[in-house]
Design a binder for this molecule. Structure first.
Ligand SMILES: C[S@@+](CC[C@H](N)C(=O)[O-])C[C@H]1O[C@@H](n2cnc3c(N)ncnc32)[C@H](O)[C@@H]1O
Length: 248
């Protein structure tokens, strides 16, 4: 029986059954590449935007001695993160309105989360604001290799990363308009494929997984065909705050 409260894919716990605590394709692989590319070092301060269950915050601290903060609008996820990693700092809040001072962080990670945010331009401006000069914005997420087909996904009720898959050219444009230099982009679609295979084998039909998770498969086969036309892939993009448009 489905819960009375609307649930989303991440709060339902179904995604964690497949991916473990990192609710994204590729686990920590792209986190590691981001840390190494940006030469993030012990003592640096990092924000994990859309931190979910807090796994990256804990990983950055224990593997790299980086002091990481997490923020997420889900009370359920933040409560779970605080309970599991009592030593760390987690905040309830949205990327569109970050409760941090200008120039607070050496890096901001957004791992499979920007695609869920309605107002991407204001999130990017907020990230620019809270980064120090020469700070790094490390984004990994789903993108449409055929972006022309992506608008069609908005007619389905799903509340997950697939619905908001990125158009890379537009994302680059938004970052540059906000004052970032985009310094690295790479394709990691194999991680998305692995996750899709794991989802497929976890249920009798893919629709069964999505319907127990968040009820999003109401479009049935039409929904899958619409997703397929977008040719979904997964990417890592790294941007650097080059100047300060906020006049500090
Ligand atoms: C796919 S999960 C990824 C969680 C985490 N980054 C990870 O990889 O394990 C997406 C997360 O984005 C969060 N989210 C959704 N909208 C957001 C917003 N406007 N600002 C910040 N986080 C948001 C969700 O609550 C969810 O925890």
């Amino acid at each position: 029986m489905r819960d009375e409260q609307p649930v989303n894919l991440y709060e339902s716990g179904k995604m964690a059954e497949i991916t473990g605590e990192t609710l994204r394709p590729g686990g920590f692989s792209l986190t590691d590449i981001g840390v190494q590319y940006c030469l993030l070092s012990p003592g640096d301060t990092v924000l994990d935007l859309g931190c979910g269950l807090g796994a990256t915050v804990n990983y950055l601290y224990h593997k790299y001695n980086i002091s990481a903060f997490g923020i997420d609008p889900s009370e359920k996820m933040i409560a779970a993160a605080k309970h599991k990693y009592e030593y760390a700092d987690f905040f309830l809040g949205y990327g569109e309105q970050l409760p941090f001072d200008n120039g607070s962080f050496d890096g901001v990670f957004a791992e499979c989360t920007l695609s869920l945010m309605e107002n991407l331009d204001s999130v990017i401006q907020q990230v620019f604001r809270v980064l120090k000069e020469n700070g790094w914005f490390i984004i990994s997420d789903i993108y449409a290799r055929n972006p022309k087909a992506a608008a069609e996904l908005h007619k389905y009720p799903a509340d997950n990363c697939i619905r908001g898959m990125h158009h890379l050219k537009q994302l680059r444009g938004s970052l540059v308009r906000a004052g970032f230099s985009v310094v690295h982009t790479a394709d990691f679609s194999q991680y998305l494929k692995e996750l899709i295979v794991n989802i497929t084998f976890s249920s009798d039909t893919p629709c069964e997984f999505w319907n127990t998770a968040d009820g999003s498969c109401t479009g049935g086969d039409d929904y899958y065909q619409a997703i397929k036309r977008c040719k979904p892939g997964y990417f890592l993009m790294i941007a650097k705050k080059k100047g300060d448009a906020y006049g500090r």
